[in-house]
Ligand binder design. Structure first.
Ligand SMILES: Nc1ncnc2c1ncn2[C@@H]1O[C@H](COP(=O)(O)OP(=O)(O)OP(=O)(O)O)[C@@H](O)[C@H]1O
Ligand SMILES: [Zn+2]
Length: 610
C-alpha cells in the first residue's frame, strides 16, 4: 500500500490532511527528545524542527537510543535528524538547529511564529520557563513533559485557557546555610556541596562579581563575628591560590592547598570554641607527618596507580588514595588552564578531572569531620544531581506527549474543550501506574498568565528614531482603553515611565537605554482596573508601529483563595475529573475571561481555538 494511503487509513483523512501540513517544534534532543522524535515522525507530522544546544556524551548512550558511540561529541540536533532517516516513512521534513533555545538572535520571535505546536523535551527550569513564555506570547499550544527516575508527567498547555507552566509553584532545589557548608558540616552532602560549589568553583571556575562572599550575607546567617572573619580570611587565601595556579606552572600549589584547607583552616575553626559546644570537633589532617612520603611514593608510579585507584569508582578510597586523586586531578586541571584553551573550568560530572577533584576533596573533608567517606560513584550521583534516568519512563512519557497532542488535530475542533486533555502522571506506585487530572484554567495569581496579557509590538527602525516615549504611551492608552495613567517597566526591572517619573517622555524610543529588539515592556494600569500588559518589542522592516489586537481583562476583587495542588486520581477508561466536596464536575461550562475564576471554577472548560 502506498505510504500516503496507509497513513490516511490509520489517521483518517481530516487528521491526515492537518498533520501533513503541520510544522511543530521539539526543544531538546536528549532522553525524552529521542523517544519523542520517533513518535512524532511515525505519527505523520509534516515538518519538525529540532533544537538542542548540546553534543552527545558517552553517558547519553544508554537511553538516547538514536545515538551511537561514533556520534560522541557530535551535535545532538543534527545527529538525531540523520538517525531517524531510516524510518522516516512519511517523508517528514526535519530541520535541526544547534543552539540555545533562549538565544533571541538565532531564534527571534518570527521564527517561533511558524509552529503550530511546541513540544518541550528539556531538562531544566530556565529553558522550560522561557519556552512557556514564548508560547504565551504567541498563543501556541505547548506540551510540557518531564521525567525523574520512574516518575514522569505531561502537561498540555493552552495559553490563557489552561494553566501554564508557571501557574503552580515549582519546588526549589534544597540549599544549605553557608555556615553549615563552610564551618560545621555533618553529612556527606555538606562536604560534597562545599567541594563543588565552593572549593572547586573558587579555584577553577569563572567567578561572577555578584557571587563574592561578603560580610553582609554572612551576618544574616550567623552573629559569630569570629566565624565571619574566618570565612572571609579563608576566601581571600583561596583567591591567592587561584592566582598561583595560573602564574606558577609547578605543582607546589597542591601542597599549599592541602595544608591550607585540611589543616590551617580547620585549626582556625577549632579556635571558635562556641561552635563545638554541642558538636564533635574536627581533626586537622596531619599531612606532612602521616601522608606526604607515602603520597610521593604513589606519585612516582602514576601509571600503575592511576589504574589501581582512579578507575575504582565503587570502592571507598582511603585517605591516602583520596590525596592521590586530589593530586592527580589538580595537576590535570592546572595543565588545562596553562594550555590556555580554557580560561576557566566548570564542574561537570562527566568531566573526570573535575569529578575526581570534587570527590577527593569532599572525602578528605568528611574524614576530618568524622563523616562517612563515600565512593566516587555515590558522590557523582549527588554532585551531578543525578536521579537515574530510565529509558522506559522517557518512552512512555513521550508516547503520552505525542498521543495527547494528536487529539488537538482531531476533526471537530470547534467542540474541543480542555475536557479532551489531561495532565498525566506515571509513577511506580502499585495499581496506580498512570494517573491523570483534568486541566485547570489559568491560576489568576500566576504572574505569567493569570495577571497579564501578552503580545508583540512590531516597530521599524524609522519609527524608533521618530517616535518619542510619549507618542508610544498615547498609542497604547488609546488602543487598550486605559482610563487613567499607566507605568512602564522595560526589561526585568527598569522603570522608564510613571506619573512622577516623566524624564523620558520626550526621548526618542531609539535613545531610551535598553529599548531594543526582543526586549519586554511591562505596562501597568495606575487605576488598577486593567490587567498588566506585557509587550515583546520586535523590530520589523515593514511595520511602522503595530500594537497587538488584545482585549485587556478587567481586574476584579482579588481572589483570596489560594489554588491548591491537585492530587491526581486513578485513571480508567473514563475521563478523569477531580473530586471536590460538592460533586464531580462533569459538564463543560464556559468561563468568561473577565471573571476571576476560583479554583473550583477553574475546573470548567473553555473551547480551544485550533
Ligand atoms: N536552553 C536549551 N536550549 C536547547 N536545548 C537545551 C536547552 N537546555 C537543555 N537542552 C537540551 O535538553 C536535553 C534534555 O535531555 P536530557 O534530560 O536527557 O539531558 P541530557 O543532558 O541529555 O542527559 P544528562 O543530563 O542525564 O547527561 C539535552 O539534550 C539538553 O542539551
Ligand atoms: Zn500561568
Amino acid at each position: 500500500m502506498a505510504k500516503d494511503t496507509y497513513l490516511k487509513k490509520v489517521l483518517g483523512t481530516p487528521r491526515y490532511d492537518k498533520l501533513r501540513s503541520t510544522k511543530v517544534l521539539m526543544v531538546g534532543a536528549g532522553g525524552i527528545g529521542c523517544e519523542l522524535l520517533k513518535d512524532l515522525i511515525l505519527s505523520g507530522f509534516g515538518e519538525i524542527h529540532i533544537v538542542d544546544l548540546d553534543t552527545i556524551t558517552l553517558s547519553n548512550l544508554n537511553r538516547q537510543f538514536l545515538f551511537r558511540q561514533k556520534d560522541i561529541d557530535k551535535s545532538k540536533s543534527l545527529t538525531i535528524s540523520k538517525a531517524v532517516e531510516s524510518f522516516n516513512y512519511f517523508d517528514t521534513k526535519l530541520v535541526p538547529h544547534h543552539g540555545n533555545i533562549m538565544n533571541t538572535k538565532q531564534f527571534p520571535i518570527e521564527w517561533w511564529g511558524q509552529f503550530s505546536y511546541i513540544f518541550n523535551a528539556l531538562d531544566n527550569l530556565e529553558a522550560r520557563r522561557y519556552v512557556n513564555k514564548m508560547s504565551l506570547f504567541l498563543k501556541k499550544p505547548l506540551m510540557e513533559s518531564g521525567t525523574t527516575g520512574y516518575d514522569g508527567q505531561i502537561q498540555p498547555i493552552f495559553p490563557y485557557v489552561s494553566e501554564c507552566f508557571e501557574c503552580q509553584a515549582k519546588a526549589t532545589p534544597k540549599t544549605f546555610p553557608v555556615c553549615t557548608i563552610r564551618s560545621t558540616p555533618s553529612q556527606p552532602v555538606h562536604c560534597i556541596t562545599w567541594a563543588k560549589e565552593f572549593l572547586f568553583h573558587q579555584l577553577f571556575d569563572e567567578i561572577e562579581s555578584n557571587e563574592a562572599v561578603n560580610e553582609n550575607n554572612l551576618q544574616n546567617e550567623t552573629d559569630n563575628k569570629q566565624e565571619i572573619e574566618n570565612i572571609m580570611k579563608e576566601t581571600n587565601e583561596i583567591n591567592e591560590l587561584r592566582t598561583s595556579i595560573k602564574n606558577d606552572s609547578s605543582s607546589i600549589f597542591i601542597k599549599r592547598l592541602i595544608l591550607k584547607i585540611f589543616k590551617i583552616d580547620i585549626e582556625r575553626t577549632l579556635r571558635l570554641e562556641s561552635l563545638w559546644k554541642s558538636r564533635a570537633k574536627p581533626t586537622p589532617l596531619n599531612y606532612e607527618e602521616n601522608y606526604e612520603t607515602d603520597l610521593l611514593g604513589l606519585i612516582a608510579d602514576e601509571k600503575t596507580n592511576d589504574e589501581k585507584i582512579l578507575d575504582q569508582d565503587t570502592k571507598i578510597w582511603s585517605v591516602l588514595e583520596n590525596l592521590y586523586v586530589l593530586y592527580r586531578s589538580s595537576v590535570n586541571l592546572q595543565k588545562r588552564l596553562l594550555k590556555g584553551e580554557e580560561k576557566s573550568i566548570t564542574f561537570d560530572k562527566d568531566d573526570e578531572d573535575t569529578l575526581n577533584f570534587v570527590v577527593s576533596s569532599s572525602n578528605l573533608r568528611c574524614f576530618i569531620f568524622n563523616i562517612e567517606i563515600k565512593s566516587k560513584f555515590d558522590i557523582k550521583q549527588v554532585a551531578g544531581n543525578i536521579i537515574p534516568a530510565i529509558a522506559t519512563t522517557n518512552a512512555i512519557i513521550s508516547g503520552l506527549s505525542n498521543l495527547s497532542s494528536l487529539k488537538y488535530y482531531d476533526g471537530a475542533e470547534s467542540k474541543k474543550t480542555l475536557d479532551h486533555f489531561s495532565t498525566t502522571f506515571i509513577s511506580i506506585r502499585p495499581n496506580k501506574y498512570v494517573t491523570s487530572a483534568s486541566l485547570l484554567g489559568p491560576n489568576p495569581q500566576c504572574a505569567s498568565c493569570g495577571l497579564s496579557t501578552r503580545g508583540i509590538l512590531e516597530i521599524n527602525q524609522d519609527q524608533l528614531s521618530k517616535m518619542t516615549l510619549n507618542d508610544l504611551i498615547e498609542s497604547i492608552k488609546s488602543k487598550y482603553n486605559y482610563n487613567g495613567d499607566l507605568s512602564i517597566i522595560l526589561g526585568s526591572s527598569r522603570l522608564i515611565y510613571d506619573y512622577d517619573f516623566e524624564d523620558n517622555l520626550e526621548t526618542k524610543l531609539c535613545d531610551i537605554k535598553g529599548f531594543v529588539n526582543q526586549e519586554l515592556l511591562l505596562i501597568q494600569d495606575d487605576e488598577d482596573e486593567l490587567e498588566n500588559l506585557e509587550l515583546f518589542i520586535n523590530y520589523n522592516s515593514s511595520t511602522q508601529l503595530e500594537l497587538p489586537q488584545l482585549t485587556l481583562r478587567q481586574k476584579k476583587v482579588p481572589v483570596t483563595e489560594k489554588p491548591q495542588p491537585v492530587e491526581p486520581v486513578a485513571a480508567d477508561n473514563q475521563p478523569i475529573y477531580i473530586e471536590d466536596e460538592d460533586s464531580l464536575i462533569r459538564d463543560a461550562e464556559e468561563i468568561e475571561l473577565d471573571e476571576q475564576p476560583s479554583l473550583k471554577k477553574r475546573k470548567t472548560q473553555k473551547p480551544i481555538e485550533v
